[in-house]
Design a protein around this ligand. Sequence first.
Ligand code: FAD
Length: 570
Amino acid sequence: MNNEIECDVLVIGSGAGGMVSAIRAHDLGLRPILVEKSDRFGGTSAVSGGGIWIPMNKDFKDDSEEAAMAYLRACTKGEVPDRKLLAYVHNGKRLVELLEGWSVGYSAVPGYPDYCPWLPGAAAGGRTMMPHAFDARKLGDQLFRMREPHPTHKVFGRMQVGLEEMGPLIKRWPGWWRTAAKMVIRYWTDFPFRMKSSRDRRVTTGNAMIAALRKAMMDREIPLRLKTALESFVEEGGRVVGAVVVERGNRYTVRARRGVIVATGGFEKNQGLRDQYMPKPTPTDYSLTPGVNNVGDALKAGAKIGAATEFLDQAWWVPTMRVPAPGFNNADMRAALFMERSYPHTMCVNRNGDRFCDEAISYNDFGAAMLDDDRKTGANAPCWMIFDATARNRYPIGTLLPSAFWPDWRLPREWDDNVYYKANTIEALARKIDVDPTRLAASVRRINGFAETGKDEDFDRGGNSYDTFFGDPRNQPNPCLGAIEKPPFYAVQIDIGDIGTKGGLKTDENGNVLRTNGVPIEGLYATGNVAGAMTYDSYPGAGATLGPAMAFGMLAAEHIADRTTNRGVS
Ligand code: FAD
């Protein structure tokens, strides 16, 4: 093989940020090449919900720059410069317009509130947008090169669930069974595709977004080299002019005349870096991200040439429960507890048996609360979710489907007193999970009192629009609070997991990587989780990881075009 190839822009990593960078570079008249370490494209972006958080988007006319900036400033606590926040607020809506032009459809989810509704400038809905479903026949055989959705995003391990199905199915709205029946019929009557594969060709969520981006790349004939990994950057005269990559064992240089954009994800699959930086290190398989490739290659390569880093102790925290799943990536799988903490008849306690926060806050804030409580008590991370037979009957808890359809006797035997614990009294349950029975019983009595009045006097659970969005509206006076009183009682261990790390190479408002002295490294750009998060330790709203990953990918390509050609941004 030739030991040198050339392009204008080398993009590394095929998640959302990488693909947007490559397409934008192409449309500005540059010749990009995209390289990907895995034999599948799409990264974590493909297994994600695909949501993007975009202030002032086309569907949310009541938003304003002032409100969005006030909110982002409050979320980021002075750790992120205004010019970077402004770049996002100004350009997010333009990203959505570009995506639409590339046939990557997005619409805002009505009423999906920002994750910190108590902060100034928060929106009660409208900033989170979800991708439209995509017919993956348009990808031809490339469909089988795309990462599959997370198993918990599929019904019966096969059918992909779109936004329109999620609400009715998860909350069992009236007519939910019609939604379920339609999905099953559509899937099984798709005879041509059933003859070919068990994979659903109606792709949704992150798969829909990545499939549509891949189609836009195919239409433009942008080369995608799978099994090709970044090893190091090539620097000449203080400028990054390419990278050394290894493709199926062959090492060669890709010279990039205009610039290099890295979009290689976080370092969540690198145990050494987790141990070094995480406040309470957990094993790599506590991360819900797929595969084994996000190990911080570009972070290390950047540090070698003097790049600054930031926020390395932060991740997009997610409370998770363990599910034994032989045959999936590992022997165990993690299910995220995204919404279940809002359901009535549930509560979370540390290992002393005490509640420690409003359980219904966002998954990122709940993870941070676990860490905070652990610093104070030494008895958290892991902690416990406690619920009663009413919650078990009505709501899905991780992979425990409501017992109305999936009673305990249908669950695998080995899950009993392992994945979930069960007892006829709170005290007996406490003894099973090694929590002080007296304190757990006291915590249950106290929350039961709050359930009656509808007011959580300790943590105000259900007192804001984000909490109640996922609560049960049929449960009054507070959709998030219900007495834990009907035996048997259950416990599920909550471990602190993540959907990626958020510390990385420090970048400016153009996505340009900075040196430790704050000066941009010419020719080197970063976006997505390989870069320090624009949101610092916060999670402003659903889609606040993919939105910035794509927007700064777009801005990086535009900055490269602007500086190195006479075209500028069109
Ligand atoms: P990735 O998408 O992981 O892409 C990085 C790519 O780089 C990978 O394909 C990897 O193989 C490749 N790579 C790594 N090293 C190298 C190398 N040395 N050389 C070449 N290639 C390399 N976020 C949202 O905003 N909205 C959501 O709805 C949402 N839902 C989620 C649901 C789940 C279940 C999960 C797990 C995550 C979710 N997230 C969501 C988080 C979001 O998916 C990630 O933060 C985002 O995908 C990160 O994008 P990225 O481009 O940085 O990394």
